[in-house]
Design a protein around this ligand. Sequence first.
Ligand SMILES: [Zn+2]
Length: 321
Amino acid sequence: MNQAVNGLYRIPCRIGSDKPLYQHVLANGDTVLWIDAGIASTPEQDMFPYWHRLAGEAVAEQTHLLVITHADVDHYGGMAAMRNKLPFLTAMAHIADVPWIADTERIIAERYNMHAADGMGLTPERIAQLKERSGGGGRVDTALSGGETLQLDEAGQWRLIHTPGHTPGHLMLWEENAACAVIGDAALGRGLFNTTGKLVAPPPYYDCAAYRQTIETIRELQPDIVYTSHFPVMEGAAIRRFLNESLDMMRQLDQTLRLLPKCCGYSLGELCLETGSRLGYWPETAWAGLSDPLSAHLQAMFREGAVRVEVENGRRQYYFQ
Ligand SMILES: [Zn+2]
């Protein structure tokens, strides 16, 4: 399926050997709006070949815009490769995510390696892979705040909506007349699937209140069709099911933490094992990925006084009240 809404194209891509990624493009005559840039290799591997087949020689005369939905290497890493090919590209992202897109060391320290203080730091190999996939990051031309509208005539009027939770500056795109949403990673269900359809990772959200609000925001729009970056296209009841599942996952993680025996303190790693084994959705190799949503829940519980934190031997221990 390529063109469900007039001027909207969806390009199937892949990250590594088995992680699905879908790139979206809006085209209106001589204006092309790319939604996200993939990882460093995605433009040459998937995006440009697709666009050349479609637009032929016209590519060079088109005005190319890039909206980055959020600061993750699989969404902005291809920006440098796009600029190489399209030197007049205008790149846009939410102001809250601009510093991470601009500075690879910073996004690694503040996002990808944020659990180092909990004894769950990344391996040097994983850090090297993230740096490579980031394409070095780079300058964003226009910082957005959400609420802007991109007028693409026949390809629609697309409103940018601030949808934080997965990152502080996540943006989705909304076309009111078509009731069509391109939501990137704004909501993540029970987590991510590989290309064979197996659930292989918990949902990476980092701010419970923001993520919950974002799911409500999407629900209130009442979309007929939703395009995401890592899931199949959703329509009608499947959208409601997915949003309910996203909220339900939060409830289950929250509940699991609250029902743990209160006898002792837990490290973040131990909490990943406890919740991963109790819930049973993800393979054991993916449980460390629970550190992302669990940290978000622990912070929320800490603020309400439901968890106490002590640093023992340089590592945080969480005590439930
Ligand atoms: Zn993603």
